[in-house]
Design a protein. Sequence first.
Length: 448
Amino acid sequence: MRVLITNLFVSNNSGTEAVVELLADGLRRAGHQTMLLAPTLGDMADRMRQRGHHVVDRIAEIVEKPDIIHGQHLTPCLTALARFPDVPAVFSCHSASLEVEAPMLHPQIRRWIAVDEACKAKCLSRGVPADKLDLIYNAVDLQRFKPRLPLPSRPARGLLLTKHLAHQQAVREACSKSNIHLDELGPATGRFSYQLEKDLLEYDIVFATARMAIEAAAVGCSIVVCDARGFAGLLDTANMKAWRQMNFGVGLLTRPTTVENLMEAISRFDADHAAKVSAYFREVADASHFVEEHLRVYNQAMQADTDATADERSLATACWIEEVGVSYAPRRWAAVVKEIHGWRTAPDQTALVELLRSSTKTLESNAASLMELGEQVKSIGPDIAKIGSILDVSASLDSVAQDSQARLHRLEEQLSGLSNFVNESKRLYNGVVPLFVRKMLLRARGRV
């Protein structure tokens, strides 16, 4: 079977990238051919190529037609659907909060996959049929992540695995007060590891969520489930099954990640409980079952009867483009851009007009005041030659105010194009008299 997997990144071995790698490696071991499409590639892509995976960032480089498309993230999934309109697809949702992960209906997508209960609820809320939705929990490559030696009675070394830094200081302080030496890895820290399975063997307690927490638990580390979004607590035998159903994710992070909560969790460190948790995950989270479940879903999608016409598929693809293609209307693309690049949503046009009107009135008032000051300076007499240029500045300010009013009327007539409006606004403000002119006038007044 030829499987085309899409993802936003195959670069830094975090999040869905690691899931893609685990799945692709498992598929190849099972005798299947893998192709990966991701707009952003890095060292991780090179390493996967060395193991026989076809990893590209341009759809034209996918020469062989796949048997199934495994879509992850809306934008690269759309590219694959448009390129191979007669190939069945499945779509995986890895986040209950990110819009780029939220599923959209399409005749080519015949099955959906959620990684936890929160993602399952998200899929159902977006219209995914319950009978076409499968729940497949994240897994661990037990051949890579070996069990560590028994834990000590008290934790001495800790590891923070994180995408965000908002909770970093709290974790640092809690570890310092608990006499735990803390190391940090992850996108937020700028430090990455391509041998996490070896690194984890050196740590007693790990602060993490989601897949990273599962891997560390399988190794035998004690886990405090927390990140910048919130705090769940210490993973133990009482909560391990329920927390796995939530993928150690946002649905559990109901308390703030504070020093007090962290220290309370650290105080409950128990080597025996951690060993039992490790044994549980090594039994239920093996990657071989994970791959088998995906192959089952692939086969169901390929065998599913569909009466969708070519026109219906084309219409669905066009509807996706309407949502994720950049447009004036603030559709899904705006949320996706913000999630990926951190860009702010463009300000409301009405608010911009009001701001421009207010600034124009301020300019007019300032120009009148400066003209009055100019008259006062002019009445001084002999010394006027020294500061005569100030009068020219005052007169030019009056011209600026009048020009601003004229530009306002022109801009209000051009509101149909937001980009032109914003650019014109910036140009107007760049033309405002700078602060040093006002300082120069004040100094002149002081001399006379």
